[in-house]
Every structure is written in C-alpha cells, then in structure tokens.
Design a protein around this ligand. Structure first.
Ligand SMILES: O=C(CO)[C@@H](O)[C@H](O)COP(=O)(O)O
Ligand SMILES: [Co+2]
Length: 220
C-alpha cells in the first residue's frame, strides 16, 4: 500500500491536535521542523512535537530542515517520533547519526534538496529506512512539483533494486492528485502532501483519493 503522510505545514497551526485528528486516516503526520538557518523559514521545534506525540493520535514523521542535525535530531527520536529524516547537506556524520536515531527507537530517513545529486546519499542507503527526494526547494508549502526530479526518483528506485535494499522512497513537495501518479510510477512509495490535503474540503477523502491513484503503481 502506498503511504500518505500529510504535511501539517499549511494546516491551522493554532489547532495542531485538531488538524491531526482530521488526517488520522493517513499513515503518519509529516511534521516540518525549520530553523531559519538550513531554510529561510521557521516553524516549531521539539516541545511542539513532544506535545503532538503525547496526544497519541497517529505516528509522527519528523522532517528536520535544520542545521546541525547531528546535535539536535536524536531528541526527536527519543521523544517518540516514528521516523526522523535529516538532510544530507546538513549532517556531519550521517552514519553515526543514523545509528544514534535507531538506538533511540526511530526509523531513519535521509533527505536531498532538488539540487543535490543522488551520489550524495548513495553510500548511506544501507543505513537508512527511507530516502527523501525533495520535489520542491525546502522551506515552504504550496509550491509546484518539480517534474525534473522524476528521473532522480527513477534512478534511486533502480539503485535500490540493484542493491537489493528494501527502503522507502518518500517524495515531498507539490504532491497532489495531478502529480502523485508520476511520482509513484517513477518509484516513490511514501507521499507527503500538504496543501493538497489541508486545502481539500474533506481531508480524509483527499487522503483516500491520493492512495487510490498511487496504489496501482505501488513499489510496496
Ligand atoms: O518539507 C516541505 C517544504 O519544505 C513539505 O513537507 C511541504 O510542506 C509540503 O507541502 P506541499 O508542497 O504539499 O504544499
Ligand atoms: Co517536508
């Protein structure tokens, strides 16, 4: 089954617990942590994530767009995030960091910006549970899906097949009813959709619709 992780970035952030309840039929809530250093935007940090975990509504998929994840990411795993994704452009010792995140009980993802080549994460893949291909420049929701990322997703899927690695490929940015099929066909199996889900009248219906489009292509 394709996994749908709605991003709460463009939700009603004054009522995050209520917004999680709206999307609880999804597989996880994608929580974008931005520090105004790694990206030119600021969201929330560990205390907010801890509060959401305490509500026990659904698994939390933390996407850390922060400088120095080696220092800050393990606390998100210790807090109980289901998965913690850091960016390869920001990490100093990604294999050690992955080990620390696993030790704290989280699944681990490594993300790449649109301009970062796959070669930057190739050697890290055996240590990961998930690779995140950004299909927008990280920092903001509501941007257009960058179609030129499709070959990158396809190459990553081929690489995983060649190396017999069973890890998830997450795509993040501009995922909607109009773009999810291409991403799924290229090889992604975890889909982050922010404005598509929270902009819909019925979030649960949108989640079901996205799943239905992606499922026939599923690399599950
Ligand atoms: O990480 C990010 C942006 O940096 C994403 O998670 C976006 O927040 C997804 O939002 P949409 O592009 O689906 O509106
Ligand atoms: Co994200």
């Amino acid at each position: 089954m394709s996994l749908i992780h709605p991003s709460i970035l463009n939700s009603d952030t004054a009522d995050l617990a209520g917004e999680l309840t709206r999307i609880s039929s999804a597989d996880a809530a994608h929580v974008d942590v931005m520090d105004n250093h790694f990206v030119p935007n600021l969201t929330w940090g560990l205390p907010v994530v801890e509060s959401l975990i305490r509500r026990n509504i659904m698994p939390i998929d933390a996407h850390l767009m922060i400088a120095d994840p080696d220092r800050w990411a393990p606390a998100y795993a210790e807090a109980g995030c289901d998965s913690v994704t850091f960016h390869v452009e920001a990490a100093r010792a990604p294999v050690v960091l992955a080990h620390n995140l696993h030790k704290a009980g989280a699944r681990v993802g490594v993300g790449v910006r649109p301009g970062t080549p796959l070669s930057a994460i190739e050697e890290l893949l055996p240590y990961m549970d998930m690779a995140l291909i950004m299909t927008v420049e990280p920092g903001f929701g509501g941007q257009a899906f960058i179609e030129s990322m499709l070959p990158k997703i396809r190459r990553l899927r081929a690489l995983l097949n060649e190396q017999n690695l069973d890890i998830q490929i997450q795509v993040d940015g501009g995922v909607s009813r109009h773009t999810i099929a291409q991403a799924a066909e290229a090889g992604a199996n975890v889909f982050v959709a922010g404005s598509a889900v929270f902009g819909a009248e019925d979030a649960a219906e949108e989640i079901a619709a996205l799943r239905k489009i992606a499922d026939p292509f599923c690399h599950c």
